[in-house]
Write a protein that binds this ligand. Sequence first.
Ligand SMILES: [Zn+2]
Ligand SMILES: [Zn+2]
Length: 251
Amino acid sequence: MLDTFFSSARAVPQLLLDAVLPPQCLACNAAVGAPGNLCPECFSAFNFITAPMCRACGVPLEGVAGDELVCGACAHEPQVFGQARAAFLYESGSRALVLKLKHGDRTDAAAHLARWLARAGGPLLERCDVIAPVPLHRWRLFMRTYNQSALLANALGKLTGKSVRADALVRIKATRSQGGLDRRARRRNVARAFSVRRPAAVEGRHVLLVDDVLTTGATANACAQVLLDAGAAGVDVLALARVPHPGRVSS
Ligand SMILES: [Zn+2]
Ligand SMILES: [Zn+2]
């Protein structure tokens, strides 16, 4: 009863805002025709990922075609996860949107972004039994008050009807930011950083791991490893954005 009262009380200001303010572009806050859209300028600056791409990690491959291609990095060292897909490239045109979600300026965007995830995830979503976000360490969660990947995972679950276990994984090591680290350093940084908190939630099930940004795949691989060790039938990864050339990481 009280819960209902408080959630209704919280909903009122948003409803009022929606009625007073025109819908805003997800990335730059310019007025747009309908909620959940990008303005024409941002739309042209976004690179949504389409085929051809690496069958494993989903990085776009230029000038080649085929469904079974793998990129150099995956050929050199196979990923632990099955397949990864992302909605758009993480670069100058799209960075602002990802950062706004991360820093809590546009948490309202999650429901709209879930549609982009669903489009990019296609077959990965079809075969998944449970959606699990990449967790934040509790200190970072405390500082930021919410986990942007859990926000995306919950919105995706609501959209698709798939079950979401935000508590399936836990980050047991407060790792430093992956920014500026190369592939090997990233892998070292996240080694033994995760643990499965709810083995029963993933045992024998196909898990779809949700993250905001996919870079080298080091975090996704570390999560996939503990999930597979706990008996998951398979692990795929779905991210909002991915770095185009993981070998050249600048952020
Ligand atoms: Zn815009
Ligand atoms: Zn690849």
